[in-house]
Design a protein around this ligand. Structure first.
Ligand code: UDP
Length: 334
């Protein structure tokens, strides 16, 4: 095995992190998965534990970590608004202290480090679609700021570590990703709607549902991360990684009802504060620089997501839940 193959994935037991770990193992990497299991789940990595090239470490990256690695993917952070609202201070900490710790590690061991940033850095964007040059429109004191400003500060830290210390950085701005291993009850729209439809419960559309998002299937998102990491050092990003197919939330609700064959209706609930009204990535840069663009059409991705939750919910009805429901997750660290 090449010496450059030791890869650390923070948040490795999360939704995206666990998919990334699997892909890295398939590329023959030696994977160190670090997670504090606040939102990550051991079930996500259970299938990898027997692989001798995989190691799981329970650790909160707001504390320093001393390991020898060649590449770091920094994914650790609760990504669902419902989760990051549970502990906003810690959400900022994981982005700021966590990034400082991981950048310090990258500097010490001369590893390349990729930050999973987010479209949330654009806030309630007044430019549409969002290009990487757009500086964003974020409410610094709102309830989403712990995530949006935390991720913005992380980007600042990444670029300052590059300018000041020559660290090999990469910054990917991920737009709404979805697919198998999203958590039941994490409040994100895709998992929420699919689970509600499968259970025959009404789909909770916030506001009039006219707000838009552009959903990227998990395999495509992971492809984008891998391509960015393997690009030459001068390709730092920030670079948008997302699907350009934009859909209103009401259209999404109706699509999921149709695709599940559900008898569920729709109820309208309050729109959360500072929730962006339109979101669609401009991915010209990713296409030109990385040769990356998503290949999974929305309906194909939703189909796979429905099968995943269908299977999970049928299993849950006969056995105890695979992971604690959100209401039981009250403390951080757990
Ligand atoms: N949303 C909704 N019903 C839900 C959950 C979310 O209508 O049960 C809406 C939410 O208001 C937002 C969009 O779906 O406009 C995406 O929400 P999500 O929390 O998945 O991610 P965001 O992109 O806002 O971080």
């Amino acid at each position: 095995m090449s010496r450059r193959n030791r890869v650390l994935v923070t948040g490795g037991a999360g939704f995206l992190g666990s998919h990334l770990c699997e892909r890295l193992l398939a590329q023959n990497c030696q994977v160190l998965c670090v997670d504090n299991y606040f939102t990550g789940s051991r079930d996500n990595i259970a299938g990898m534990l027997s692989n001798p090239r995989f190691e799981a470490l329970r650790h909160d990256i707001t504390f320093p970590l001393y390991v020898e690695v060649d590449q770091i993917y920094n994914l650790a952070c609760p990504a669902s608004p419902m989760h990051y609202h549970l502990d906003p201070v810690q959400t900022t900490k994981v982005n700021v202290h966590g990034s400082i710790n991981m950048l310090g590690l990258a500097k010490r061991v001369r590893a390349s480090i990729l930050q999973a940033s987010t479209s949330e850095v654009y806030g309630d964007a007044v430019e549409h679609p969002q290009t990487e040059d757009y500086w964003g429109n974020v409410n610094a004191i709102g309830t989403r700021a712990c995530y949006a400003e935390g991720k913005r500060c992380a980007e600042t830290l990444f670029f300052d570590y590059r300018r000041q210390h020559g660290v090999a950085i990469k910054v990917a701005r991920l737009f709404n990703a979805y697919g198998p291993r999203m958590f039941v009850g994490d409040g994100r729209v895709m998992s929420t709607f699919v689970v509600q439809a499968l259970r025959g419960e009404p789909l909770t559309v916030c506001g009039d549902g006219g707000q838009t998002r552009s959903f990227c299937y998990v395999d495509d998102t992971i492809d984008g991360l891998l391509k960015l990491m393997s690009a030459p050092n001068e390709i730092t990003g920030p670079i948008n990684v997302g699907n350009t197919q934009e859909i209103t939330i009401l259209e999404l609700a109706n699509l999921i009802i149709r695709m599940t064959g559900s008898k569920s209706g729709i109820v309208h609930t309050k729109l959360p504060p500072d929730s962006p009204s339109r979101r669609r990535p401009d991915i010209t840069k990713a296409e030109a620089i990385l040769g990356w663009s998503p290949t999974t059409p929305l309906e194909a991705g939703i189909e796979k997501t429905i099968s995943y939750f269908d299977h999970l919910l049928s299993a849950e009805s006969s056995t105890p839940p695979l992971r604690p429901v959100l209401a039981e997750v009250r403390t951080w660290p757990p």
